[in-house]
Design a protein around this ligand. Structure first.
Ligand SMILES: Cc1cc2nc3c(=O)[nH]c(=O)nc-3n(C[C@H](O)[C@H](O)[C@H](O)COP(=O)(O)OP(=O)(O)OC[C@H]3O[C@@H](n4cnc5c(N)ncnc54)[C@H](O)[C@@H]3O)c2cc1C
Length: 475
């Protein structure tokens, strides 16, 4: 499919102006998607970003159909998305690189729709390009250091590092795991705990990797030029290799000895990764050769931190809301960080639009969005902890299916826009009457009764053989 030229004729129809400004901090995946959806619903959008200029960063990110089915509303992005997806065939391997299972077509991995594997820089660039075509620019070099709200005037706002005070009718904190919005929203920060692991991650030009004959021979494209992704599992080993037409991406999870940092700009030397692979019995030479080919500035050591779920995303006066990683961080093993940030964006924009058309105050729209989203996201956070647990044990057995990618119907068949519309009236009543505790969500595993959990409590309960949030019908 050829992507149509990005022009005014490919923009979606826009709702009439609402005369309401949505101020967004953070031009990542969640912030940009919020800006797009809010624009489509007739809101005026301002978006502030800490980085001084637009830059393409990151390696791979997986986005599910519950997020990207929404591109049906965005004709240009719908076509562009198909053009940029890597669409690889999946192999499960042991730590020696022997292929045990596969090729599995990732396009057929879920009951409905498709899971898209993207180079994050391309996905990010697509969202930015679309936003620019809508006439919305990102304001770079604006680092948000605090949030406030003025309930009487019906405003929320931020202070930047330069001392600038910027207001909006609604403020969205989409500024990632280190957001400062917690001071206003919860009063205290959710503690980030080390999971005990870090992950080396790198992405670079495939031509660099293909210079080595052994690497070239091992990772060839499949018939029709299909990309290949491999998951290697073994005792204390969990790594991935993705070879596409133009990129090579590899990741390797390792016990954290204090070298990793929860930052996407924490670059390290490949010698650290090679020292670790030297301890893995039978780790093949061609995989070490690939690691050695990684350009000097391309290897990141990301610290895998976890945070207990926090149900409060909305400020006391209802003018500021946290979104994406700022509200709920994920371990990569959940495969859901990007997907849930986009689902949040769609749900929030729909709730704001419904509030506007039904003459409901925006603070209740924020509280309804929070009510509709929290339990679902929290289940997926738990899912990431479980998957991670299944991947990083001394007894990792590649033949055991526990590490295989599992995305149940409740995950992929959800539509955050329809869900918000279907449940709106009921939710207005529930929030208006302060009956949130009695609310039952449908976007969670079937039959699940949500019981608040902590990571430590969850692990201990599983060890004792007790039922946990993970014991519902997750199919
Ligand atoms: C540079 C970068 C590279 C990444 N690479 C990967 C990857 O390869 N694979 C993967 O799975 N995930 C990656 N992620 C994380 C992934 O994008 C998110 O986990 C997920 O998409 C949820 O998106 P988000 O919008 O909540 O957060 P993010 O995508 O992290 O976006 C947060 C945005 O807020 C900006 N920001 C942070 N602090 C402030 C502040 N104080 N004021 C204003 N702006 C601020 C950041 O610069 C960033 O643009 C990366 C994130 C970043 C920022």
């Amino acid at each position: 499919m050829t992507t149509p030229t990005l022009s005014p004729s490919t923009l979606p129809p826009r709702s009439p102006p609402t005369n309401t400004t949505i101020l967004i901090s953070g031009a990542g995946i969640g912030g940009l998607f919020t800006a797009l959806e809010a624009w489509r619903h007739g809101f005026t959008v301002r978006i502030l970003e800490r980085a001084t200029h637009s830059s393409a960063q990151g390696d791979s990110v997986t986005i599910g159909p519950s997020a990207l089915n929404s591109l049906r509303n965005w004709p240009w992005m719908q076509a562009r998305n198909l053009e940029i997806t890597e669409s690889p065939m999946l192999f499960y391997c042991n730590h020696k690189g022997e292929r045990l299972n596969g090729p599995i077509d990732m396009d057929g991995l879920v009951s409905s729709g498709r899971v898209y594997m993207h180079a994050r820089p391309r996905l990010h660039a697509m969202l930015l390009e679309q936003l620019e075509a809508c006439g919305v620019g990102v304001e770079y070099g604006k680092k948000v250091v605090s949030y406030f709200e003025d309930v009487e005037r019906g405003k929320g706002g931020v202070m930047t590092a330069e001392g600038e005070r910027i207001e909006g009718d609604v403020v969205v904190a989409a500024d990632g795991v280190h957001t400062k919005s917690w001071e206003l929203v919860m009063g205290e920060e959710v503690e980030a705990k080390s999971s005990g692991h870090g992950i080396w991650r790198a992405a670079f030009d495939v031509d660099v990797a293909m210079r080595d004959e052994a690497v070239r021979e091992r990772w060839q494209l499949l018939e029709g030029g299909r990309a290949v992704v491999e998951l290697w599992v073994g005792p204390d080993v969990y790594c991935t290799f993705l070879r596409s037409k133009d990129r090579f991406t590899w990741t390797l999870t390792h016990p954290d000895t204090g070298t990793a940092v929860e930052s996407w700009s924490h670059k390290v030397d490949i010698e650290e990764a090679l020292a670790y692979t030297a301890t893995i019995p039978d780790f093949p030479d061609y995989a070490n050769r690939l690691i050695k080919l990684t350009p000097p500035d391309k290897l990141i050591d990301w610290k895998l931190m976890w945070r207990d779920p926090n149900s409060q995303w909305t400020s006391p006066g209802g003018r500021v809301i946290q979104l994406g990683d700022a509200a709920h961080s994920f371990l990569p093993s959940s495969g859901n960080g990007g997907t849930q940030a986009i689902e949040d964006a769609i749900s929030l924009a729909t709730c704001l639009s419904l509030a506007h058309t039904n003459n409901q105050p925006y603070p209740s729209a924020l509280r309804i969005h929070n009510l509709l989203r929290f339990e679902r996201v929290s289940c997926l956070q738990a899912f990431g902890v479980l998957n991670r647990d299944a991947r990083n044990t001394k007894n990792n057995d590649p033949k055991d299916k526990k590490h295989e990618v599992k995305l149940g119907k409740w995950i992929v068949e959800h539509d955050p826009d329809s869900y918000a519309r279907e449940r709106w009236e009921e939710a207005v009543k529930c929030v208006g009457e302060g009956r949130e505790k009695a609310w039952k969500n449908w976007n969670v595993p079937r039959g699940m009764v949500y019981v608040p959990w902590t990571i430590e409590g969850l692990m201990e309960a599983r060890e004792r053989g007790e039922r946990t949030v993970l014991d519902g019908d997750w199919s």
